[in-house]
Design a protein around this ligand. Structure first.
Ligand code: AMP
Length: 112
């Protein structure tokens, strides 16, 4: 079981900022910006590379959750970045699909 599944099951603590029946959003323990939130599906999906057409609604929910979190945390006007790391070259470290939402500082482009 991944650390995110343990957070979803409330077996380990997290700073939860938003939740609905399908997704959970909590603050990253090692934030890379003043606001750094992870949004995860409650159902186990390892990574974007392993999603299928059957995950269309869930993937849409994750992006709409990113928008909702950004609005709740006052990022809508200043802006924010949404990131999904899928696989080794992207630096994925937790094999449970997650969307990063980063904001409250200017973010460089291209990423490292
Ligand atoms: P990634 O590198 O895209 O797989 O992102 C995984 C993220 O999970 C990293 O930014 C970590 O800091 C974060 N992380 C790992 N463990 C925890 C935890 N227990 N609570 C919150 N965030 C975590």
């Amino acid at each position: 079981m991944t650390i995110f599944e343990k957070i979803i099951r409330r077996e380990i603590p997290a700073d939860i900022v938003w939740e609905d029946e399908d997704v959970l959003a909590f603050r990253d323990v090692n934030p890379q910006a003043p606001v750094h939130v992870l949004i995860v599906p409650k159902r186990v999906v390892p990574r974007l590379a392993e999603t299928t057409e059957a995950d269309q609604a869930l993937l849409g929910k994750l992006l709409l959750a990113a928008r909702a979190v950004a609005e709740k945390l006052d990022l809508a006007t200043s802006g924010y970045r949404v990131v999904i790391n899928s696989g080794p070259d992207a630096g994925e470290t937790v094999p449970h699909l997650h969307v990063h939402v980063l904001g409250k500082r200017p973010l460089a482009w291209p990423p490292g």
